[in-house]
Design a binder for this molecule. Structure first.
Ligand code: UDP
Ligand code: MG
Length: 310
């Protein structure tokens, strides 16, 4: 069997209208390169017939490798399965909705051939997305950049090329709540960005409602930072310092006959405020503890109902 040079990995969750176009454009771009390649299509529990479409493609073209999940496990997990099943010397992750144009792949490959091991695509523009999505995304990347120790490049998604050595390292990282673009920054190696214009969706609607975006953001933060936990410590020090300062001031004011700090309302506000802060801190702690619990269970990351034959 010929050695596979490039693996294109696309996670798919209900993208029936996009699959033929994705296949057509990937073929067009990759055939021009004249090196062996494969297209790993990870079906993340689709219910719209995408599964059948992927199977049909795989029958018709042996370069298509179908990985079919037993249910929806989420975008990040689908990418992970892509890493696991890809056989190429370079692995390229791409969205199935054609927001990441396959025509950019040769540029990523060119950088790889120069010796870079991670070539991530940087979004200079985003077309056809709501201002809310653009705003929350921009804010998200900047917060992550500020509070995490790994410098995850801003405005990059999962669209990137990774060398076999990088993928082999990533495959050993089996954490459950994962943020693949952070993980691929964390491993190090020689990394570089390539700018591109993020297109509008070819067809269909986004599979990332606000709820999922929030979960991804939480995973990103908890996977790469203790900052939320430290926040409770900082806050504790600040309130303790305030109390120590306030005690003599209030005592002196009382001795001088002032009635400024009297009454239940003041007490109530202080109690509610601190109670709120404590509950929030408890919730933050819960986010981390819950993740530890999930890790402790040690369940498989995903369940495949159909794996590629070879
Ligand atoms: N996706 C997936 N599982 C999910 C949600 C999304 O595999 O639970 C895939 C989806 O089919 C697409 C990619 O992840 O190929 C990115 O999703 P989407 O385009 O909906 O996200 P957006 O571009 O709007 O952030
Ligand atoms: Mg998209």
């Amino acid at each position: 069997m010929t050695k596979i040079r490039y693996s294109i990995v696309a996670p798919i969750f209900n993208e029936i209208e996009n699959i033929p176009e994705l296949y057509r454009r990937v073929c067009k771009v990759m055939e021009a390169l004249d090196e062996p390649w494969e297209l790993v299509l990870v079906d993340d529990g689709s219910t719209d017939g995408s599964t059948e479409a992927i199977r049909a493609l795989a029958v018709q073209d042996r370069r298509v490798r179908p990985v079919i999940f037993a249910r929806n496990f989420g975008h990040q997990i689908a990418i992970t399965a892509g890493w696991d099943y890809a056989r190429g010397d370079a692995v390229i992750i791409i969205d199935a909705d054609l927001q990441d144009p396959p025509e950019v792949i040769p540029e990523l490959i060119a950088r790889w051939k120069e010796g870079y091991q991670v070539v991530y695509a940087v979004r200079t523009e985003r077309e056809g997305e709501t201002w809310f999505k653009k705003f929350t995304a921009a804010l998200f990347y900047r917060i992550i950049f500020r509070i995490t120790d790994v410098k995850i490049p801003v405005d990059t998604g999962d669209f990137r090329l990774m060398d076999r050595r990088v993928v082999d390292v990533l495959k050993t990282m089996r954490e459950r709540h994962r943020f693949p673009r952070g993980m691929s920054a964390w491993v190090g190696f020689r990394q570089i960005g390539v700018p591109y214009r993020r297109a509008a969706r070819y067809a269909g609607v986004t599979k990332y409602p606000f709820r999922k975006m929030l979960r991804l953001a939480l995973n990103a933060i908890t996977s790469f930072s203790y900052f939320p936990l430290q926040l409770a410590t900082y806050f504790g020090f600040i309130s303790a310092a305030l109390a120590i300062l306030a005690i003599p001031i209030v005592a002196i004011m009382r001795l001088m006959g002032s009635h400024f700090f009297e009454g239940q309302a003041t007490t109530l506000i202080a109690v509610l405020f601190l109670g709120g802060v404590q509950l929030i801190s408890l919730g933050v702690l819960g986010e981390y503890v819950g993740r530890i619990y999930d890790e402790a269970k040690g369940r498989p990351l995903y369940i495949v109902s159909e794996a590629p034959q070879d």
